[in-house]
Design a protein around this ligand. Structure first.
Ligand code: FAQ
Length: 326
């Protein structure tokens, strides 16, 4: 066979693999780690899944600040359990991402050098106890809407991780809402604190869903590959429609003078999002970006001895097992 013929047959072979892959996606079959997949599919999953994992562990930082200041033992226990869940979500997601042929060390390197993003929302400060309520209600509420759609994602390990994660997130959402419900039934000062938290977290929560569809470079391809099952704007609309009645129920006001029910679309019209602020935060210039990264890098460095000890133990075990086998 000539060189040109070999090249042609390779191209033919990869076209046929690609066609089989597309057919599996069309049939809603799950793609598993050892299956053939286009390189771009692999890379875009590493990008989204690792950013999702980073968001879970960076997301524990604003809440972590409140463990020692929770107003009662019951609140402390619930907050601790929630934070522990978030870290666990990060770990499932890192493991799921590793099945795509990237190491945990590489993933952390990308986070620490700023190559990988994490959700913009976690660059805002949690300044009062009511913020624990707003994070659970709004941030976890937004995360659930996004993640329920991802339970139908085409990559098996991601979709399966999402099923469990969503169950846990619904407990988080309720614990946050209940914190705010309690505050709104309290003194005027407590009500004001709840409203102030909603005022500060509302718009950043809408930004969590990412840029509008016409400004989102990844959505079209990710929808074709069924990595995303709904677009950024569809999910954002769903979040607004679900959350407005919840705010009304506890007597809080959404800080948006343009918010209005639209009977034709059977959903709310809402005001303009400050996309300038969003991109500033994404680019590292939010109120807490530097603080968050400093905390993560410090935790990574301080944990080096644990990783070293675990590796030394694993090596010892392996050599013991080898000796037994001989
Ligand atoms: N923040 O083309 P698109 C949680 C980036 S978990 C920062 O639309 P895509 C649990 C985007 O990466 C919350 N960056 O991108 C919890 C892309 O840049 P790249 C996290 C953002 O991927 C609760 C560029 O902008 N959830 O909260 C953001 O198709 C409480 C263009 O955007 C997930 O990660 C943003 N908000 O859609 C934990 C869910 N939005 O990568 C603790 C999975 C966009 O090309 C406490 N991820 N960018 O350099 C997704 O669904 C998608 O990745 C989107 C973005 C929807 C976030």
């Amino acid at each position: 066979m000539s060189e040109a013929q070999i090249k042609d047959s390779r191209t033919e072979h990869s076209r046929s693999l690609e066609a089989q892959f597309e057919a599996r996606i069309a049939r809603d079959e799950k793609i598993e780690p050892k299956d053939w997949m286009p390189e771009k599919y692999r890379k875009t999953h590493i990008r989204q899944m690792s950013q999702h994992a980073h968001s879970e562990i960076v997301g524990a930082l604003p809440e972590g600040n409140w463990i020692t200041r929770a107003p009662s033992l019951r609140r402390k226990v619930a907050l601790l359990a929630k934070i522990q869940d978030e870290i666990g979500h990060g770990l499932y997601l890192y493991s799921a991402t590793e099945t795509l042929g990237i190491t945990r060390n590489e993933l952390f390197e990308q986070l620490h050098t700023g190559k990988a993003k994490y959700s913009s929302i976690f660059n805002y400060p949690a300044v009062t106890w009511a913020d624990m309520g707003a994070i659970g209600w709004l941030v976890d509420g937004a995360a659930i809407i996004n993640q329920v759609a991802l339970c139908g994602a085409s990559f098996g390990p991601y979709a399966r991780a999402m099923v469990r994660i969503c169950k846990e997130e619904s407990f988080h959402q309720r614990q946050g809402y209940e914190i705010l419900l309690t505050l709104t039934k309290g003194t005027q000062e407590q009500k004001d604190m709840a409203q102030d938290a909603l005022n500060r977290w509302w718009w950043p929560s809408l930004m969590m869903f990412g840029p509008t569809d016409d400004e989102s470079p990844n959505t079209a391809q990710s929808m074709k590959w069924k990595l995303k099952r709904k677009t950024n704007d569809e999910l954002r609309q769903q979040f607004v429609d679900q959350t407005v009645p919840q705010a009304e129920l506890i007597g809080l006001t959404i800080p948006d003078s343009d918010l209005k029910w639209n009977e034709t679309k059977k959903g709310y019209n809402f005001g303009d999002i400050n996309w300038d602020e969003f991109w500033q935060v994404v680019k590292g210039h939010g109120p807490c970006n530097k603080e968050r990264m400093k905390a993560r890098i410090s935790a990574w460095n301080k944990g080096q001895w644990v990783r070293d000890a675990a590796m030394a133990h694993a090596e010892k075990q392996q050599s013991k097992n080898l000796n037994k086998a001989v």
